[in-house]
Design a protein around this ligand. Structure first.
Ligand code: C2E
Ligand code: MG
Ligand code: MG
Ligand code: MG
Length: 278
């Protein structure tokens, strides 16, 4: 063990300690109101209408500043507090969405672990009743990782939500290691092609073919396709060419606070309305 090893171990130890600290901080931070949601539009490729806004969780930590969900969601899953925070996210998202002009919807990310909570589905339906949001305006986004929780439990929960009109999206499609056979078992309304594919799409012909293939797969199942991570006009033009219906990414808007999200939706509506006649 040379000095470089000692250095590596120190860095690793620091990382582990920071993780443990954050883990302990999660529940305190949640109670202290350090969490909030940002919203990112998902737009119709043909006319720019905002179909839905995806709710993305943020944690403003008093010492560390903004902590990204890629860091704290896995910790929240590990400690189980994701069940509590996740319910709050659904409630907040529904409350925000009723303030948007219909039929603009809201899309909420849900971890596999949240389905282990026997009250989760009932909670979602309660939020719809309490806020008065039409179920069709709520989309639950799950990733292929939910398949590793308990496929029967997850399928039953999602089927129950869909029976009430709630939509279900498969997020980050193409990056997981699940079988495409799951598309058959799994009740779905929307497939979201992972943003890594949008990045590669114009670089290689294989990248473009993969996106086309995933879109055709989703069409075969009569599922709507959204592509994530659209950052350039060239990418959007290509997505149009492929006939993909919906897109999301920095080209349209980065995730923004609730007030700015409402402004975005209203501004888009004004643009798509026909001009008043003179
Ligand atoms: P996701 O659901 O796939 O969300 C999309 C992520 O891509 C967001 O990252 C968004 O900011 C980012 N993004 C959007 N457009 C672009 C683009 O054009 N370029 C690039 N480079 N990135 C773009 P974010 O907000 O950091 O969230 C990361 C992940 O954390 C989410 O991925 C989701 O899996 C998870 N997450 C976020 N909020 C929640 C939540 O409330 N509950 C759960 N369970 N997971 C959440
Ligand atoms: Mg998502
Ligand atoms: Mg995604
Ligand atoms: Mg993701």
């Amino acid at each position: 063990f040379g000095p470089s090893h000692a250095f590596y171990d120190e860095a690793l130890a620091r990382e582990v300690l920071e993780g443990l600290e954050l883990e302990r901080d999660l529940s305190r931070g949640f109670v202290d109101g350090e969490f909030y949601l940002e919203y990112q539009p998902i737009v119709a490729v043909d006319n720019g209408d905002v179909r839905s806004l995806e709710a993305l969780l943020r944690w403003r930590h008093p010492k560390r500043g903004l902590v990204t969900p890629d860091v704290f969601i896995p910790l929240a899953e590990k400690t189980g507090i994701i069940q509590v925070i996740g319910k709050w996210v659904v409630q907040q998202a529904c409350a925000a969405a009723v303030t948007w002009p219909a039929p603009t919807g809201v899309s909420v990310n849900v971890s596999g672990d949240q389905f282990k909570d026997p009250n989760f589905v009932a909670h979602v339906l309660d939020c719809l009743v309490e806020t008065g949001l039409a179920p069709e305006r709520l989309t639950i986004e799950v990733t292929e990782a939910v398949f590793s929780v308990d496929i029967d439990l997850v399928c039953r929960s999602l089927a129950e939500l869909r029976a009430s009109g709630v939509r279900v999206a498969l997020d980050d499609f193409g990056t997981g290691f699940s079988s495409i056979n799951n598309l058959r078992l799994f009740p779905l309304d929307e497939l979201k092609i992972d943003r890594s594919f949008a990045g590669q799409m114009l670089e290689t012909s294989q990248g473009a073919k993969l996106v086309d293939l995933m879109h055709k797969l989703s069409e075969t199942f009569q599922i709507r396709t959204t592509i994530e991570g659209i950052e350039t006009k060239n990418q959007l033009d290509f997505v149009k060419l492929l006939g993909i219906g919906e897109a999301q990414g920095f080209l349209f808007s980065k995730p923004v606070g609730a007030a700015e999200a409402l402004n975005y939706v209203e501004a888009r509506l004004r643009q798509s309305e026909p001009l008043p006649s003179a």
